[in-house]
Every structure is written in structure tokens, then in C-alpha cells.
Write a protein that binds this ligand. Sequence first.
Ligand code: 1CP
Length: 340
Amino acid sequence: MNDTFLRACRGEKTDYTPIWMMRQAGRYLPEYQKVRGNVTFLELCKSPELCVEVTLQPVDLLNMDAAILFSDILIPIEAMGARLEFHEGHGPTFPEKVRSQADVDRLIVPEPDEATDFVMETIRLLRSELKVPLIGFAGAPFTCATYLIEGGSSKVFWETKKMMFTQPILFHKLMDKITQCTILYLLAQARAGAQALQIFDSWAGILAPCDFEHFALPYVQRIIFKLQEETDIPIIYFANNGATLLDMSISSGADVIGLDWRINIGEAVRRVGQKAVQGNLDPFALMLPKEELRERIKGILDGAEGAFGHIFNLGHGIHQFTPPEQARCAVEAVHELSSR
Ligand code: 1CP
């Protein structure tokens, strides 16, 4: 068992810096495309055997030091009773947008072992096959709420901010319900065998710091506090576009702080102090010629030298047109350059 990733999360000595990549299972891999060619995205998410297959692909093909459960942040949200659709070539949609008290009341807090049994089954199957640690995950309540309120992806988040500013009580009720659901869902993943849990706050960066502090952070803190009460596995919090929210991200209580690429890692390490960091290569830097990519990677490794712990990762998900060969080179470079 290669436990380098878990050791780095806990700030223990490692032989080299472990690496995995956000969205490492997915469309940039022809092997994923092949599996996906026969099923819809939601069918894939609900077929444990296929989820196991695509979760293992980047670990086997690219030599990653951790696996991340193949699923989506919107799967537990669908289980709350929100009809979810993925149309080919588009992002997710919730045709019945959540905008009123009645809409929030209609959402349920499901029992995750029943409503999302396929996720727990995927985790159990993966644990019997994997030789690297398995990361489970969920979306942060704010990020999940944006999809429900907007009815899908958004660029300006008009409806989300309109609810926050004109119906704050309703907004908090929705956040509370998603939070209850997320706590149960992540605890179920831990019971099923997840060895670390990541909370993805992909849209946190659209908020002013004062609004993040008031409308989003308390719910993340509540989730992490509860998880730490019930389990001792590392919790990673990743706020995308979160450089200006770093001090508040640290106060989330997470064991590992995810970093995007918009912040210098040396500066982040100094501010984070006695917690591990994860990141922070610009996903598009994977397009650099190999020598320059190695230089870029070396810069990040050097910057993170004094870190309590460092898990190498991209600053956000790998782009779907990235040549897998470039990702493989990056993994090799991290392993070589960080070898101690
Ligand atoms: O067509 C396809 O095959 C679907 C593409 C795809 C994939 C591969 C989607 C649709 N989701 C996923 C898998 C996924 N999503 C994983 C597991 C794979 C891995 O990491 O190896 C994870 C962790 C996620 C998490 C996720 N889903 C996030 C948070 C991370 C991030 O990138 O910010 C978000 C925001 C989503 C929503 C979502 N699902 C899919 C898409 C295209 C989107 C984003 C839409 C948008 O931009 O709003």
C-alpha cells in the first residue's frame, strides 16, 4: 500500500511529494471516452463496476498517488429530490429551479446508504482493488446551492446573489438543508472506506470576503467539525479562485488547504502554517514544452519546501483537451524532482 498521500496530509515525512490531479478521471483520457461511449454520464455515475474502472484508469495509466472516487458533486443533490439532467455537450441542469420557500421545503435529507447506495458500493469495490488511498468528496453547500438556484451552471450567478441579498433567511434554510445532507453523505463515504474527503467549493471565488464569511464559510465549518468529531481521516477544503479567501479557508478547520494557481505557493505556505497544502499548478501549464513544464513544477516544489505537508495537484480540474502524455510527464517530474 502506497500511503504517501495520507502521510503528506498528516504532515509526516515522505520519500517524495505525492501527486494526484483534480478531475483525473475524465474526458481527456481515451480510455474514459471508450467507457462513456456506451452510457450516459448519469448511467456511468450509477454503475459501480464502471465507476471503479474509470477511477482506476488515471492511477494505472499515469501513476497517481491517490484515487478519487468517480462521481459528481450533484449526485447527492439529486438524491435530495431535485431532478438532474446532463445533456450531451452541456453542463448539468436542474429544470425545477429552487427559488421559493416551497421549493426548499420540497427537498429532502436522504439516507445516503439507500439513496446513493451505488456510491458506497463503488467505494467498497475500489478499496478491495486499490494500492493507493481513495479520496471521497462532495461539493461545498454554496457551490451546490448555485446549481439548484440557477438551474445549472452560471457565469454571473444573478439568481444566487439575488436570493442571498433579498431573501437571506430562505438562502440560509437552503444552505442548512444541503449541509445536513452533505454531512450524512460524507460520513457514509467514510464508513464505506473513503480514506480522505475533499470538499469542492468551485464557486466560492465569486463572493466578496464578507459574504463568503457570512453565507458560505459557517456551513463548511459545520461539515468539517462534524466529520472530525466522527472520523479521523484527513479533510481537504478547496475553494477555487480563493486566494483572497485564504485566511478564511484556513479557519474552515480542514487538515489540508487546496490552492488554485493564482497565488504564489511560498506565500500560501507561510500563511497556512501548521496544515498541509495541495496544489497549485495551472492546469493549462500542462501544455508547456516538457523542459519548461519541469521547471514550472520545480518552482512549485521549491516554493512548498517549508510546508507542513504538500500534495502536488493542479490548481483546478485537468482540461478535457490535455494530452494524457503531458499529464504523465508531470507525474514523473514531480516524483523525480521531489525524491528525497
Ligand atoms: O460528459 C462527461 O463525461 C461528463 C463530464 C464530467 C465528469 C468526468 C462531469 C460533468 N463530472 C465529471 C466527474 C467529476 N466531477 C468528478 C470525478 C472525476 C475526477 O475528479 O477524477 C469530480 C470530483 C467532479 C466534481 C464536480 N462536478 C465539480 C467540482 C470540481 C470542479 O471542477 O470545480 C463541479 C463544479 C461539478 C459539476 C459538473 N459536472 C460535470 C460538469 C461539466 C460540471 C461543471 C459544470 C460547470 O462548469 O458549472
